[in-house]
Design a protein around this ligand. Structure first.
Ligand code: DC
Length: 222
């Protein structure tokens, strides 16, 4: 079988990273979580304590080194040698990342790295603009989505399982607000590529989604 590029896009909380990681493991493909890259830029910027400044943040994005070290249960992330796996999931980073990801020069720097990582094939990349901008010629494009209610509920269960005290209505509001910011930004907004397959997972479990994507990869990689 050929080693293809699989692009998975979709809104926050649709299960992209969980699914992409499982599928990549089954196929022996590399998994690139591009949201983690934008989160890393936001984290690096917040570390400086400076006011929001597009030119400054763009310069950081161009010089920082982001690395992934996949392990059995987690995809570890490092910025300039420091592990940020948990730090990039903090509420503060989550609240700031959409603004950072809307900066054109930040996106240009990340897209260039993503293309380098994917050029050899055998890669599963998830994000918002993978099928539309990063790899418009990807052999398989999937747009993974689920209702806002279902996405909020999944995130709620995940956080409760980690012992966090969370409010479901607030989570739903946060997700809807991130959807809006990601879909309405001027540069590379979240949208389904014309040739992407829409997979609504509202009524599907993880195994069903994984199996479906594996079938699709098998078809496309002939
Ligand atoms: O998937 P996530 O929640 O980790 O993504 C974090 C943010 O980064 C989110 O606001 C959308 C943005 N993002 C993006 O603009 N382009 C991508 N390819 C991936 C994520």
């Amino acid at each position: 079988m050929k080693k293809i590029v699989v692009a998975i896009d979709g809104p926050a909380g649709a299960g992209k990273s969980t699914i992409a990681k499982l599928v990549a493991e089954k196929l022996g493909y590399a998994y690139i979580d591009t949201g983690a890259m934008y989160r890393s830029v936001a984290w690096k910027f917040l570390q400086t304590g400076k006011d929001f400044d597009e030119a400054f943040i763009s310069a950081l994005a161009q010089t920082m080194v982001i690395e992934f070290k996949p392990e059995a249960s987690v995809n570890r992330v490092f910025v300039d040698g420091t592990e940020v796996t948990d730090a990039i999931r903090s509420a503060e980073v989550t609240a700031n990342v959409s603004r950072v990801a809307a900066i054109g020069d930040v996106r240009a720097a990340m897209v260039a790295q993503q293309r380098r990582m994917g050029e050899v094939g055998g890669v599963l990349m998830d994000g918002r603009d993978i099928g539309t901008v990063v790899f418009p010629n990807a052999q398989l494009k999937i747009f993974l989505t689920a209702s806002v209610e279902e996405r909020a509920l999944r995130r709620y269960k995940e956080l409760v399982a980690k012992g966090q005290d969370v409010d479901l209505a607030q989570l739903k509001e946060d997700i809807a607000s991130r959807d809006k910011q990601d879909s309405e930004r001027a540069i590379s907004p979240l949208r389904q590529a014309e040739d992407a397959l829409l997979l609504d997972t509202s009524d599907m479990n993880i195994e069903q989604v994984t199996t479906r994507i594996l079938q699709l990869v098998e078809e496309r990689a002939q």
